[in-house]
Design a protein around this ligand. Structure first.
Ligand code: GRF
Length: 195
């Protein structure tokens, strides 16, 4: 089995990144995590990646005059790692159109809502404000539009009486950690392909 080479892009905690790294430790998992890139030099997730032997690169977007210039650094890093697929995991940067187009069909994201509902920031609060009774998360293909692109997998979680954005986020995160490795497994094994 030739394992697909996957990079993960993060900006923070990296719990979804950790779930992917853990899943890829299984000998029969069809992808290997070949690197983690962060646009935040102090992203906590970098420590987990390093501790698990995954190469890391952290470059601040603030050091670049344009989105295109920063995306060129990401591109060069991915080329060096000879990446087949990119998983965004809490990566809080919008890409230049050129970069997004280049990676369309090879880049996944996870968003903590049942897309197309509650795109953008604070999706859990959006769901609560909306009076929703069901929430969830979505792994989707990345296209140039934010939090959009064909769905690969979704999982539902209940919204319970007394939920706050924090309690709902914690419940949703458990589902995220389940479906992101599963979605990457489907893709890397060839069970699904780009739309
Ligand atoms: C997750 O809820 C993810 O769905 C969203 O940002 C959050 C990142 O959390 N895109 P973590 O860094 O994976 O812990």
């Amino acid at each position: 089995m030739t394992r697909k080479r996957v990079a993960i892009l993060i900006s923070g905690r990296g719990s979804n990144m950790s779930a992917l790294i853990e899943a890829a430790k299984a000998p029969d998992y069809p992808a290997e995590i070949v690197g983690v890139f962060s646009n935040k030099l102090d992203a906590p997730g970098l420590d987990f990646a390093k501790a698990n032997g995954v190469p890391t690169v952290a470059v601040s977007h603030r050091d670049f005059a344009s989105r295109e210039a920063f995306d060129a650094v990401i591109e060069a890093t991915l080329a060096e790692w000879r990446v087949d697929y990119v998983c965004l995991a809490g990566f809080m940067r919008i890409f230049s159109t050129g970069f997004a187009q280049k990676w369309t069909g090879r880049m996944l994201n996870i968003h903590p809502s049942l897309l197309p509902k509650y795109k953008g920031l604070r999706p859990h609060q959006q769901a609560l404000d909306d009076g929703a009774t069901v929430h969830g998360c979505t792994v989707h293909w990345v296209i140039p539009e934010l939090d959009d692109g064909p769905t690969i997998l979704q999982a539902e979680v209940p919204i319970l009486p007394g939920d706050t954005a924090e309690t709902l986020a914690a419940r949703t995160l458990l589902a995220e950690h389940r479906i992101y490795p599963e979605a990457l497994r489907l893709l890397a094994s060839g069970a699904i392909s780009a739309p």
